[in-house]
Design a protein. Structure first.
Length: 231
């Protein structure tokens, strides 16, 4: 009985030894459990940085600012240089005709002499007469006189339009009588002082003047004669 059981125990020990020494039989059991977690984190880390969502956003952001850049095109700086020289030319040309037109308007058309000052005194028929100034206008000659009536009667100098002025060429300038005293009446012992207006402008060649008047409707008498004209 002991001899029959011994070979069976020997076989069992050989089988166990074979199981320990055979690496092929133990490899699949050991590799399945511990090696499963290690490869998974390595592959996920390498894939995640490669996928970049920012690359898709860069071309989308570029058209937004590019649409704004063509709008600020500046056209107004072209207009100012064209308008400024036109305004300057009009300002330079306008004062030239205005100045010349004023100068032409101020020039006398008949070469009138300047105003003359005198101190001429005449006494006849108790009339004290004094002539102090003559002014030559475009349509009149103004004579400043002072006349005193020393007689006892009223003196009338322009009875029937009898008072006028004449030059050395025979040109006659009639008196423009005043409205308040058209006959030039001077009472006894009174003095008449004023400006006597004679109608017409002086001839260019005239060098001498005379003033004629009727005294109380009598014959003409020269109140002043040989009045010189200085040009």
């Amino acid at each position: 009985m002991k001899a029959k059981n011994f070979p069976q125990l020997a076989l069992l020990s050989l089988v166990c030894v074979a199981c320990v020494q055979n690496p092929l039989a133990q490899a699949p059991a050991a590799s399945s459990a511990p090696n499963t977690p290690t490869p998974t984190p390595i592959q996920t880390r390498s894939i995640s940085p490669a996928v970049q969502t920012a690359i898709a956003q860069e071309p989308a952001a570029s058209p937004a600012p590019n649409t704004l850049t063509p709008t600020p095109i500046q056209t107004p700086p072209i207009s100012p240089p064209t308008q400024t020289p036109i305004a300057q030319n009009t300002q330079i040309s306008t004062p030239i005709p205005t100045q010349t037109s004023l100068e032409v308007a101020q020039k006398p058309t008949n070469s009138l002499p300047p105003a003359q000052t005198y101190d001429l005194r005449v006494i006849t028929k108790q009339l004290w007469r004094r002539l102090t100034k003559i002014t030559f206008g475009e349509d009149s000659i103004i004579v400043t006189m002072v006349i005193t009536n020393g007689s006892k009667e009223v003196v009338i100098l322009n009875g029937e339009n009898g008072m006028y002025l004449s030059d050395d060429y025979g040109q006659k300038y009639n008196l423009l009588p005043p409205l308040n005293n058209p006959q030039i009446m001077i009472k006894p012992g009174t003095t008449l002082k004023g400006q006597f207006v004679f109608v017409g402008w002086l001839q260019p060649k005239a060098n001498n003047l005379r003033i004629y008047s009727t005294i109380n409707s009598y014959s003409y008498t020269d109140l002043f004669n040989n009045i010189p004209i200085n040009r």
